[in-house]
Design a protein around this ligand. Structure first.
Ligand code: AMP
Length: 120
């Protein structure tokens, strides 16, 4: 499977469509999910062209990977969910329920979250 440069997050990165931005630097972008599943629902994405968790961890440099995960707790703190808690989810591939084929981590919080996994 090769990276689809027309996926919606690639288009957001190229600023062809807008997003509700929370954080940006040279390697990472975070923005509010358009269809939030919790009071706080942010998507955190690397700017590099990686399809999913597996692709990111097998293809990205150690620096990209370290930088990406260093930003997640900073973003969580900036959203005020450190004390109340939060959940990170990354859907990978068909059975993982991934809809957008650009690697992303969901940051969910702002209220008590439900069961970790829905019905199979
Ligand atoms: P996943 O199912 O893990 O691939 O999650 C994709 C997420 O992207 C879903 O939660 C969608 O609501 C969200 N999404 C799709 N299009 C947009 C968009 N234009 N802006 C923000 N979030 C989006």
């Amino acid at each position: 499977m090769s990276y689809d440069f027309n996926n919606i997050f690639a288009r957001i990165l190229r600023q062809e469509i807008p997003c509700n931005k929370v954080f940006e630097d040279e390697k990472v972008l975070a923005f509010h999910d358009i269809n939030p599943k919790a009071p706080l629902h942010i998507l955190i994405i690397p700017k590099g062209s990686y399809i999913n968790f597996h692709d990111f961890h097998t293809q990205a440099s150690a620096d990209e990977i370290t930088h990406f995960y260093a930003k997640i707790p900073e973003i969580a703190a900036s959203q005020g969910v450190l004390d109340s808690g939060y959940r990170l989810i990354s859907n990978c591939g068909l059975n993982g329920g991934q809809e957008v084929p650009h690697y992303h981590v969901h940051l969910l919080g702002g209220g008590k979250l439900g069961a970790m996994v829905g019905n199979v």
